[in-house]
Design a protein around this ligand. Structure first.
Ligand SMILES: [Zn+2]
Length: 277
């Protein structure tokens, strides 16, 4: 049945629902009790936030609050979730969407935090049709339409060189338009063809380098799949920005357009503050 009335009212209804959701999220976020001291302590963990302008820091705090309020958090394997842990995860998760908005993380709610890396049971079927079961040791995993699983390391030195939060949330952005394939939904003015060409050739080049036994500055895990290349390159974009820009300038440029941020503009500052690797 064709009902023009329904068609006309739909955008209005979805706009209203969007506004109510945003209002509710804002209210919940305001109720979170986060002391100024806690903000300072947790932000001090992340030297790669230091170059943000004051208005960006304020926006990041607002997003982090709303992010904490809008997700369902649970600690696995006896981990007791503290405001410190939630804030540390939220600040890192919201950095990539600082200029994109929280709606990029809509459509799922669960965040499960593990005390360190953890095992995920897997199954593979071999060519003979026999199913083999094994356990995969991981630091995180993002499920399409489902939760993000993340390991928590109290000492940031334990994960030196890897940002598991930015990594898993980059997968979430990638999944915004379907399976993780290394191409998130691109903004107007960006070209899918250009993205595919730049990321594809960088991935192939990186894969060759890793296969030949070269020691790479970028985490060799990026050679696994195009989706992993995007996630690992996203970590480097925010944390090791000068390295990414010098090794793969076109990848940096695509990520700069996608994230609408240009951390390499502050690369001198970031390098000076970066812990040794
Ligand atoms: Zn991954």
């Amino acid at each position: 049945m064709h009902n023009p009335g329904t068609h006309e009212s739909l955008p209005f209804v979805s706009l209203m629902i969007g506004r109510i959701t945003a209002w509710w999220r804002g209210r919940q976020a305001e109720r979170l009790d986060i002391s100024p001291a806690l903000w300072d302590v947790v932000e001090a963990r992340f030297w790669f936030l230091d170059h943000l302008r004051q208005d960006e820091r304020t926006e990041l705090r607002r997003l982090a609050r709303e992010f904490i309020a809008s997700k369902e958090w649970s600690g696995a394997q006896g981990l007791e979730l503290t405001p410190h842990i939630q804030l540390a995860i939220a600040l890192q998760a919201c950095l990539p969407i600082l200029h994109l908005g929280l709606d990029w993380y809509a459509g799922w709610v669960g965040i499960i935090v593990y005390p360190g890396d953890f095992l995920i049971p897997r199954q593979v079927m071999d060519e003979g049709g026999v199913v083999h079961e094994y356990e995969d040791q991981v630091m995180g995993e993002a499920w399409y339409g489902g939760p993000v699983l993340i390991s928590w390391f109290h000492d940031p030195d334990d994960t030196l060189g890897v940002n598991v939060v930015i990594h898993e949330f980059a997968h979430k952005l990638d999944m915004k338009n379907g399976d993780a394939d290394g191409m998130p939904p691109l903004h107007e003015g960006m070209s899918r063809k250009r993205w595919a060409a730049v990321m594809g050739s960088a991935f192939e080049d990186f894969r060759r380098r890793v296969d030949s036994g070269e020691e790479t500055a970028l985490d060799p895990y990026a050679a696994e799949l195009p989706s992993e290349f995007f996630a690992v390159a996203s970590e480097a974009f925010f944390e090791d920005t000068a390295m990414l820009r010098s090794e793969y300038p076109e990848v940096y440029d695509q990520l700069r357009q996608f994230y609408r941020q240009d951390p390499a503009a502050f690369s001198g500052y970031l390098e000076a503050h970066q812990p040794p690797r």
